[in-house]
Design a protein around this ligand. Structure first.
Ligand code: NAD
Length: 476
């Protein structure tokens, strides 16, 4: 008998007419079944969120109460890490240490935004002696949030925590592939006595439950994290009612390596930039642009690093590279590799499925990847690094910016002048210098171009979850 998980809707755990089988990507076994909600359950969750907003239960008390509520959620979630991390490992395939880190990041989001809940302060605007003018921030109301499968717990908390801190009620649509560990966020909310309807976490198919939520007449915001194609269709739905959106979409991010770079430092970043979570990271280091003077050496070192990876299940302590999350993802990655190689990229290592059960992709390094090659332009979302040479700064900036994406970028150099010029020239929401994924929960994150708009993380993200209201008073 496999375990069965239910949705948390309007403060109750609910079954649905249909179930989804959640598959372990390391051995293709069934981890558990998950209730698969349809339109009716989404309607129910949105109606409960609306009742919660109307009741004022989150907004009438002093904000310190929301701060305390978020801290209680963090506390309850911490008590669930030992159960949650293995569950996340089983459904997503990631390593246990990565799954634990993901839970700890989620906890940090609740703590971080707890600290902001009672500091959402407006401004007083001087208009001369006949007026008093001030602004305050109001919550948007019902925030609809749609989450992808690569970091379900982390990404859910990333949007849920600031939304609650600002006083919104939230309906989350969890991903079909990895909905199980996210149910523990609902458990934490339930144990923290979050008011009924303030948080619903509902799994359902994207084209049905997801599309219905995005087009719902009674939501006040959409926060979407996922692919460009889905983001586009959600934006069309949002346009009908001018619903404000935060769009956290894909990436094709480049690291630029100059001749004076410390290559040991670079290789550490390559290791976690493209091989952690099997490369299924929106901000993965998926392109390496290398100065021609050190091009051959970097290819050699990156290839050696790839050969050192140990493919295996996340349960094995020796594993350094876990499977991708699904059979579909595996074939997407392998097809893109094939296309890239037939378009002229040089395969250094990998490019194949591993010879075993499970959705493993060998660590892959391709060099001489031209700017029109699909491995240069398209998001792969797998352990595949594309390497391209450049000869001067101008060419480096031009190549880095030559895709439709603009999520993050990085530069490796000892020269502060180059680093500063790079930070200005690179068209991305975040620029890393000498460490890929530098920054954290405190630093604003989000893209430009097809990588989306709006910011998550940091203090700035909180203001994605409020409207500014201005009050202008004439004194007579
Ligand atoms: P996806 O777009 O296929 O799915 C994301 C979510 O949208 C899932 O919950 C899915 O059920 C739902 N969905 C699917 N079709 C829908 C529809 N028509 N209407 C409403 N909802 C729908 O993306 P994915 O494959 O789960 O995730 C991978 C993508 O997410 C990559 O492109 C990655 O770069 C991106 N991503 C971005 C960030 C970021 O912060 N920028 C973070 C993680 C992942």
């Amino acid at each position: 008998m496999v375990e069965h998980y239910r949705n948390f809707i309007a403060g109750e755990w609910q079954d649905s007419a249909q179930n989804i089988e959640v598959i372990n990507p390391a051995d293709e076994s069934v981890v558990a079944t998950m209730a698969c909600a349809g339109k009716a359950e989404i309607d129910q969750a949105v109606a409960a969120a609306r009742r919660c907003v109307k009741s004022g239960v989150l907004t009438k008390p002093r904000p310190v109460e929301r701060m305390q509520m978020l801290l209680r959620i963090a506390h309850e979630l911490r008590a669930l890490v030992d159960v949650g991390a293995p569950l996340l490992l089983a459904e997503n395939g990631k390593k246990l240490s990565e799954a634990e880190t993901e839970f700890h990041n989620a906890i940090r989001y609740f703590e971080y935004y707890a600290g902001m809940a009672d500091k959402i302060e407006g401004k007083s605007i001087p208009l001369g002696e006949d007026y008093v003018d001030f602004t305050y921030y109001e919550p948007l109301g019902v925030s609809a949030q749609i989450v992808p499968w690569n970091y379900p717990v982390d990404l859910c908390a990333r949007s849920l925590a600031p939304a609650l801190a600002a006083g919104n009620a939230v309906v989350v649509k969890s991903p079909e592939l990895t909905p199980l560990a996210m149910t523990l966020l609902a458990t934490a909310c339930e144990r923290a006595e979050v008011p009924k309807g303030a948080v619903s976490i509902v799994c359902g198919h994207g084209h049905e439950a997801g599309a219905h939520l995005a087009a719902h007449h009674d939501i006040d915001q959409i926060v979407f994290t996922g692919s460009v194609a889905t983001g586009r269709s959600i934006l069309h739905a949002a346009a009908e009612r001018a619903v404000p959106c935060v769009m956290e979409l894909g990436g094709k991010s480049a690291a630029l390596v100059f001749p004076d770079a410390n290559l040991d430092v670079l290789m550490e970043s390559v290791d976690w930039g493209i091989f952690s979570n099997a490369g299924q990271i929106c901000s993965a280091m998926s392109r390496l642009l290398v100065h021609q003077d050190i091009y051959a050496e970097v290819i050699e070192r990156a290839t050696a690093l790839a050969k050192l990876q140990v493919l295996g299940a996340g349960t094995e302590t020796t594993t350094t590279l876990t499977p991708v999350a699904s059979a579909k993802q595996q074939s997407t990655v392998l097809n893109l590799c094939e296309q890239g190689i037939s378009a002229g990229a040089q395969l250094q290592v990998g490019g194949r499925a591993a010879d075993s059960k499970g959705y493993f992709v060998e660590p892959t390094i391709v060099s001489d990847v031209a700017p029109d090659n699909p491995l240069f332009t398209q998001e792969v979302f797998g352990p595949v690094l594309a390497i391209t040479p450049f000869s001067n700064e101008e060419e480096a900036w031009q190549l880095a910016n030559a895709t439709d994406y603009g999520l993050v970028a990085g530069v490796f150099t000892q020269d502060l002048n180059i680093a500063m010029r790079a930070s200005r020239e690179l068209k991305a929401g975040q620029v890393f210098v000498n460490e890929w994924f530098a920054g954290g929960i405190e630093t604003p994150f989000g893209g430009i171009k097809l990588s989306g708009f709006g910011r998550e993380k940091g203090q700035e993200a909180l203001y994605s979850y409020v409207n500014t209201k201005n009050v202008a008073i004439r004194i007579r």
